[in-house]
Design a protein around this ligand. Structure first.
Ligand code: OAD
Length: 233
């Protein structure tokens, strides 16, 4: 069996990372994304944008993967033994899937622990704070580094690859995502159009909950391990 999973901020919430749209605590409830997560905002006030991502990068290094991330590692192992395959497509810029032990992860919104150089377009690992005077470790250009995250108005990474994997899955599962941001939110319709069964695992019904064949609601650290065990591999 081939399973493709789309994860969003809800899977990392219980690790201590804020989501984007949850009332009160969501990042976009506190901050204006147009001031922090667009190419125009970065051009206008790069220090402010760096400060926002520096805070998130520091926070990420203080948290750990949770039971939901680990459950997906178990699922991949069980599927592999049965001749199947798990692909994780994540909108998250954190590295908690990898830290839990997942290997096949497609980061469609980039990665917080990486920088991209505007001069040479190369990506490099970056764990420290980032500033407007930092030098590209690949080409040596000063002042051209940005977080390797996809901003509003930019194309997500590897969508063709992710879409092809979803289309040839037996099951597509969305975990902890509001279904508000396209093209990721459209993967459930793509799956359904290819006859792939679909399931939502979320705290509460998402914006596109009606597009799924089935759903389980609750905290990710509870419902993801329970769902993995219920698959019965
Ligand atoms: P959102 O903040 O939009 O949605 C988080 C979802 O997780 C909501 O549906 C919550 O109900 C659910 N949730 C919260 N806590 C949970 C928990 N403990 N267990 C299970 N589910 C929980 O986050 P995303 O859907 O990931 O893009 O947002 C998509 C994109 O919008 C992000 O990748 C980001 C943002 O703008 C970029 O930055 C490009």
């Amino acid at each position: 069996m081939k399973i493709s999973v789309l994860t969003g901020a809800g899977i990392s919430a219980e690790s201590g990372l804020p989501t984007f749209r949850d009332k009160g605590e969501g990042l976009w409830a506190k901050f204006d994304p147009m001031e922090l997560a667009t190419p125009a905002a970065f051009k206008r006030q790069p220090e402010r944008v760096h400060e926002f991502y520096n805070l998130r990068r520091r926070m990420l290094q203080q948290v750990e993967a949770n039971a939901a991330h680990f459950a997906l590692v178990r699922l991949a192992e069980r599927l592999a033994k049965a001749g199947g395959e798990l692909t994780i497509i994540t909108q998250n810029v954190d590295d908690l899937h990898e830290r839990a032990g997942s290997s096949h992860v497609i980061h469609i919104h980039g990665e917080l622990m990486q920088v991209k150089c505007i001069a040479c377009d190369r990506v490099a690992v970056w764990t420290a704070d980032l500033g407007i005077q930092d030098v590209c470790p690949v080409c040596g250009e000063r002042g051209g580094l940005r977080p390797n995250v996809v901003w509003f108005g930019e194309m997500p990474y590897r969508m063709d690859e992710a879409s092809a994997i979803v289309a040839r899955s037996d099951l597509f599962v969305a975990i902890g995502t509001s279904g508000a941001v396209y093209p990721a939110a459209g993967l459930v319709e793509l799956a359904a159009g290819h006859g792939v069964r679909t399931c939502e695992l979320n705290l509460a019904p998402s914006d596109n909950c009606n597009a799924f064949d089935e759903a389980r609601y609750g905290r990710a650290t509870e419902i993801v391990p329970a769902w993995v065990d219920a698959i019965g591999l």
